[in-house]
Ligand binder design. Structure first.
Ligand SMILES: [Mn+2]
Length: 338
């Protein structure tokens, strides 16, 4: 944030506000970690604050301190709606256009509240009075740490906040291995451990909570993997029938896409997941190196995200989607083999 932004935030927070904090739809570890950490911080500063999540999220994120106070818009609708309508200040975290909040979009559009955005995705839209946007950042959680530091308040970071911030940095960096992980990221993480983040427990809570059915679903996904060596690409398909066979629960396919990248020489990994209820194929893209999956997803699959991690969707069948995907690769052959 520049000094004008910091001053604007200080002014906004110098009087008691009714604050709502919003993560994106289908929130991940970074979205839940950052909203909870900010929620603790703002409450401790004497503001009224609530978190409204557009929908539910995986169980492995629900141990985080303060989680029980998050209002799921789908199940606590009237309470969440009232909070949003009465809000004087709205923080939007880990996304940068209202469309990422699903059914909250019209409510945000109509709101008279003032907005602060904290986010690390590309191409932010222009709805906030303070836009703290930085695509170089590992995670929104690292930015929340910076936000608190800009306000001179790192001494007020509690163990609860430290655990939440650590979680989002860990999940968004693939446990500190993605190229977005900087020495600064490690410095922040070191400070968080000093402030009470239980790094080993966090790792276990997030990654060592498999159910047998999830591991069987992973087995199915890996069996389905198609490897296209000439394009240095690997892709996985999972049909609704397969998901049903293995008793799929929200979050079960999290991380499956990354297995493609663990193959030697593979740079581009994709997973296509059928969702019969929404009538779409949900797609996740991952890459290593310079190949921008953000651009690829934007151009061909109604999506976007980061250079090395992006999402998209398709409205045709899973077979047709995969076929179309493969047909695109010839044009990127040079790029993928660079
Ligand atoms: Mn993020």
């Amino acid at each position: 944030m520049n000094s004008a932004n910091i001053k604007a935030v200080e002014e906004l927070l110098s009087v008691p506000q009714r604050i709502v904090i919003i993560p994106h739809k289908n929130p991940d570890g970074d979205a839940i970690g950052s909203t909870l950490a900010l929620w603790h911080y703002l409450k401790n500063r004497g503001h009224e604050a609530v978190i409204v999540s557009p929908n539910d999220y995986p169980k492995f994120l629900k141990w985080m301190p303060g989680n029980e106070h998050i209002l799921n818009f789908e199940t606590k609708n009237s309470q969440a709606l009232a909070a949003m309508q009465e809000a004087t200040l709205i923080f939007t975290l880990d996304f940068n256009h209202f469309g990422r909040t699903g059914q909250l979009e019209p409510i945000l559009e109509a709101s008279n509240a003032r907005f602060i955005m904290i986010d690390h995705h590309q191409a932010p839209s222009n709805y906030a009075e303070v836009t703290y946007s930085d695509v170089e950042m590992s995670s929104t959680c690292e930015m929340v740490y910076n936000f608190i530091e800009f306000l001179g308040d790192t001494s007020t970071i509690t163990p609860e906040m430290a655990n939440c911030i650590y979680t989002g940095i860990m999940t968004d960096t693939g446990s500190f291995k993605f190229s977005s992980t900087t020495s600064r990221t490690h410095q922040v993480v070191a400070n968080l451990i000093d402030k009470g983040a239980k790094n080993t427990e966090i790792h276990n809570s997030i990654y060592d909570t498999n159910s047998p059915s999830r591991l069987h679903l992973l087995g199915c996904a890996l069996k389905n993997m198609v490897i296209l060596e000439e394009y240095r690409t690997a892709y996985i398909t999972l049909s609704q029938e397969e998901l049903d066979t293995y008793n799929y629960k929200k979050g079960d396919t999290e991380g499956f896409v990354n297995y493609g990248l663990t193959l030697e020489g593979i740079r581009f990994a994709v997973i296509f997941i059928e969702n019969k209820e929404e009538g779409i194929i949900k797609i996740s893209f991952r890459s290593e190196g310079d190949f921008s999956v953000n651009q690829f997803a934007r151009k061909h699959f109604n999506g976007g995200g980061h250079d090395n991690a992006a999402g998209g969707r398709s409205d045709v069948s899973i077979e047709e989607t995969a076929k179309y995907f493969v047909s695109l690769l010839e044009d990127y052959k040079e790029n993928l083999n660079a």
